[in-house]
Design a binder for this molecule. Structure first.
Ligand code: COA
Length: 432
């Protein structure tokens, strides 16, 4: 029998060699964020003109590789499951594709063949003594793609932590291995201003000791986190683990003891933070990284009592419909796990789903509470799922309320300069 070390040596090669496994028309699945493999994507970019119709599907590309190029989009193009800084301009200009999704369901779309997954390109930890690599930076939908793909290429990097959970791939499943050693990209916490801080305080005041948290993406969720360090016995069941959560662990606020689902353990599906976070994840029994159809499944996450979900939005209408991912028809981000965790918190006994947003944009010239969503807006959280909406002016609790009561509650947390026109618009819409 071939030893795992012999198999490793036989599969090791250069990033350019690994491209020999690609076929025209392939969909390459790449993990979320910093789980993307820089050596492989750089090689693909350099050789992109020799391929036709290759797609690279990913949530939140963090680096703008050479293949982000409108001139060569017929060779290799990006298919965003969520737009970020590297891919947003391409999505808005129309030469990167967009695949709408709930994060929890991407693995299922792959398993059922609705979304192709011909090839996986992923960062991985070094192989352990038993022949396993950890895809700890993004188990997300990549584990589902591993089970289906024709070709699996891992970029092995000693800086990738070997985490616990369902994020392991055996050498026998791997087609080719590429080695790299550059530090994992570090992503800092967003800038937090007084508005974000005020919103964070409203939410933090409504979080009881013993709650289990999902922390979303953006400045406000992180502003909440930094106001929770004095809480006790918090638990973590989330999508993204970042430095905010690490701060809570270090402050002693997180023990995971009160969780009903997997007590004692924190769960996440991808990591985005600093070297401190990546070091913390290494061989740490407190944390498990699992695929998104596990972490984000509302029926699983909602088994925790007092589950608190904190997610950001861009615009909310007077019924409470949340346009969290586009500005009108222009894509900005994606649904991510927002709806998954809003539903999970609604299922949880004592759960609270918070949608947070500043009351205005563009130096107070635009109200983000609006009578109706701007035409073309992608609705992320529906009127039937939304519960707490929070701005720097307070909290509107919407579930169980009539349309008129919702409009009143939302106008009360709009910026005072816009309340008059919102009331007049509500009257016209016959909401009042
Ligand atoms: N009209 C015009 N511009 C608007 C706007 C509006 N209604 N609302 C926001 N903007 C602009 C802001 O001014 C800001 O622009 P700037 O960068 O030039 O200042 C930009 O859009 C982003 O708004 P901001 O409030 O700073 O967003 P954020 O950085 O806190 O991020 C998102 C919020 C986009 C990440 C969040 O809404 C999102 O993607 N949500 C869905 C996904 C999700 O919740 N996932 C959670 C699980 S991880």
């Amino acid at each position: 029998m071939q030893t795992t070390q012999t198999a490793y040596a036989a599969k090791r090669g250069s990033a350019t060699d690994a491209l020999n496994h690609l076929r025209d028309g392939d969909m390459i699945i790449v993990p979320t964020g910093v789980g993307e493999p820089p050596a492989l994507l750089t090689a693909l970019s350099e050789h992109r003109r020799q391929f036709r119709d290759i797609k690279v599907a990913q949530i939140l590309a963090v680096r703008k590789y050479g293949y982000f190029d409108p001139e060569t989009a017929q060779h290799v193009r990006h298919a965003a499951l969520f737009f970020g800084g590297a891919s947003r301009a391409a999505g808005q200009a129309g030469w990167a594709d967009f695949i709408p999704n709930y994060f929890s369901e991407i693995p299922v779309m792959i398993e059922r063949g609705q979304m192709p997954a011909d090839v996986v390109f992923s960062m991985a930890s070094p192989m352990d003594a038993n022949g396993y690599f950890a895809l700890s930076l993004g188990a997300d939908y990549t584990m589902a793609a591993i089970a289906r793909a024709r070709v699996i290429v891992l970029e092995v990097n000693p800086n990738v932590p070997f985490a616990h959970g369902q994020c392991h791939v055996h050498i026998s499943q791997v087609t080719a291995l590429v080695e790299s050693s550059e530090p994992i990209l570090e992503v800092g916490l967003p800038k937090i201003g007084p508005v974000q801080e005020a919103i964070g305080k409203y939410v933090a005041d409504m979080i009881d000791d013993g709650s289990t948290l999902q922390i979303g993406y953006g400045g406000i969720p992180d502003a909440v986190v930094i106001q929770l360090t004095a809480k006790r016995d918090l638990g973590i069941h989330t999508e993204m683990i970042g430095d905010g959560i690490l701060t809570l662990v270090e402050s002693g606020a997180v023990t995971n003891r009160k969780k009903n689902f997997m007590p004692g353990k924190m769960l996440a599906t991808f990591a985005l933070g600093s070297k401190r976070l990546y070091d913390f994840m290494h061989q740490n029994p407190m944390l498990e990284m699992h695929p998104a159809n596990y972490t984000n499944d509302p029926y699983i996450a909602g088994q925790n009592d007092n589950l608190v979900a904190i997610n950001a939005s861009l615009q909310v209408d007077l019924l409470g419909q949340c346009g969290s991912e586009s500005i009108g028809a222009l894509p900005y981000s994606g649904t991510g796990g927002q709806t998954d965790f809003v539903r999970a918190a609604n299922r949880s006994r004592g759960g609270k789903a918070f949608i947070v947003l500043p009351s205005t944009a563009k130096d107070d010239t635009i109200s983000r509470i609006v009578p109706t969503l701007t035409p073309g807006t992608h609705v992320s959280t529906s009127k039937n799922d939304v519960n707490y909406v929070v701005t720097e002016y307070g909290v509107a609790q919407l579930r169980g309320k009539t349309a008129k009561q919702r409009a009143e509650a939302l106008i009360a947390i709009a910026h005072p300069a816009f309340r008059g026109e919102l009331r007049a618009a509500a009257n016209k819409l016959l909401v009042f």
